[in-house]
Design a protein around this ligand. Structure first.
Ligand SMILES: Nc1ncnc2c1ncn2[C@@H]1O[C@H](COP(=O)(O)OP(=O)(O)OP(=O)(O)O)[C@@H](O)[C@H]1O
Length: 354
């Protein structure tokens, strides 16, 4: 695809500017009327700048999707408590009314989900679904929106877009459906795109194509991208910065290169050891992280990961590790990290966050 494939979201500022999205101390607790409420996201903070791709990574249940739903204002209206701030372009999204938030969704911030089949309406043609977004958010008439919808399908690499416009989701392959969903998400040139496991339902070749498409989008338009995945392999070629979550809390954050070259949290190390590598020895076995999240200890009195951690020492089960943030932004929540340079947790210049 050519560098001019995507329309520029001008005057979007480029990489390196102020954060477009700042999440600060975000917590989401479910079952607030029950005797034992459950905190799915606990004190999470991260920034996303224009043109930056930020990964939220962790295994099932660590709070990735709940974080994205909180940012999008899509959590169930009752039965949960959300605290902290989610500042987008200077506005705290958590303070907006449902109506105000609905007006921003699809326009300023868009989301693509794991399963395109359940995200697309099965009885509405692909062209109609893309053009409806343009009618709703850009005030276009149906007549004006249809050629734009066609262009969007072409831009995301759907061949023969004139024919595809008239087709229904079941007539497209899985990869084409995901492209159609990306076309819908991009129709209004959002400045922030959240992709929640966008390639999990696709086979490996198509996965690579969709990831390449997202990378081009970010490079060409300066769109900020939050990439949610359980698979460090997916973020390897895409993310600038990676946030590793465990049990609802951030346990490590680093630039992609630093994280892959030198993981410091034993959980990050475990995730990396379970990713297949092209450089790995033939026949080498992958090492999964032992145990499951059901083994977790409560963060309030321990490190939740301690029962599964080969590096755990006695007080990991007795005290809560704080998140220590180094001046460059690298962050670590661990009493006994993997070997490497002195970590923030080992007491260099640090700022205790939580
Ligand atoms: N509406 C809800 N009510 C109660 N608990 C919920 C609700 N939504 C999510 N949870 C719980 O919050 C925790 C975090 O869920 P979340 O979907 O964010 O996990 P995830 O990291 O995205 O995992 P997955 O990849 O499996 O979706 C899970 O234990 C989940 O059961």
């Amino acid at each position: 695809m050519s560098p001019s494939t995507f329309p520029s979201t001008s005057p979007t500022p480029r990489r390196g500017d102020e954060p477009l999205l700042s999440v600060r101390d975000l917590s989401v607790t479910f079952g607030i009327k029950n005797e034992s409420p459950f905190t799915a996201v606990d004190g999470l903070s991260f920034d996303v700048r224009p043109g930056q791709t930020v990964g939220l990574v962790g295994e099932s249940g660590c709070g990735k999707s709940v974080t994205s739903l909180a940012v999008m204002g899509l959590l169930p209206p009752r039965g949960n408590r959300v605290s902290g701030t989610v500042t987008y372009d200077g506005v705290d999204l958590l303070s907006l009314s449902p109506k105000e938030m609905a007006a921003r969704r699809g326009k300023d911030i868009s989301m693509i989900f794991q399963d395109p089949l359940s995200s697309l309406n099965p009885v509405v043609s692909i062209g109609r679904q893309v053009s409806e977004v343009l009618e709703r958010h850009k005030g276009m008439s149906r007549k004006e929106a249809t050629p734009h919808a066609r262009d969007m399908l072409a831009k995301v690499g759907i061949p023969d877009p004139d024919r595809r416009l008239k087709e229904y989701p079941h007539q497209l392959s899985g990869g084409m459906r995901q492209r159609a969903l990306i076309a819908m998400a991009l129709a209004c040139e959002p400045r922030l795109l959240i992709a929640d496991e966008p390639t999990t339902a696709l086979d490996v070749t198509i996965q690579a194509q969709i990831l390449a498409l997202l990378r081009e989008l970010v490079e060409d338009t300066g769109t900020a991208l939050i990439m949610i995945t359980h698979d460090l392999g997916v973020v390897a070629g895409l993310c600038d910065e990676i946030n590793v979550l465990y049990g609802g809390r951030l346990v490590e954050r680093a630039e992609r290169h630093d994280l892959f070259a030198e993981p410091r949290h034993p959980y990050t190390g475990g995730l990396l050891a379970s990713v297949p590598s092209l450089d790995g020895e033939r026949g080498a076995r992958l090492t999964p992280v032992p145990g499951s999240v059901s083994d977790n200890l409560p963060w309030t009195s321990a490190c939740a990961f301690a029962p599964r951690c080969a590096n755990a020492v006695e007080h990991c089960r007795e005290r809560t590790p704080d998140l220590a943030v180094a001046p460059g932004g690298r962050a670590l929540r661990c009493f006994n990290p993997l070997a490497g340079d002195p970590s923030p947790a080992e007491g260099t210049t640090t700022q205790e966050v939580r």
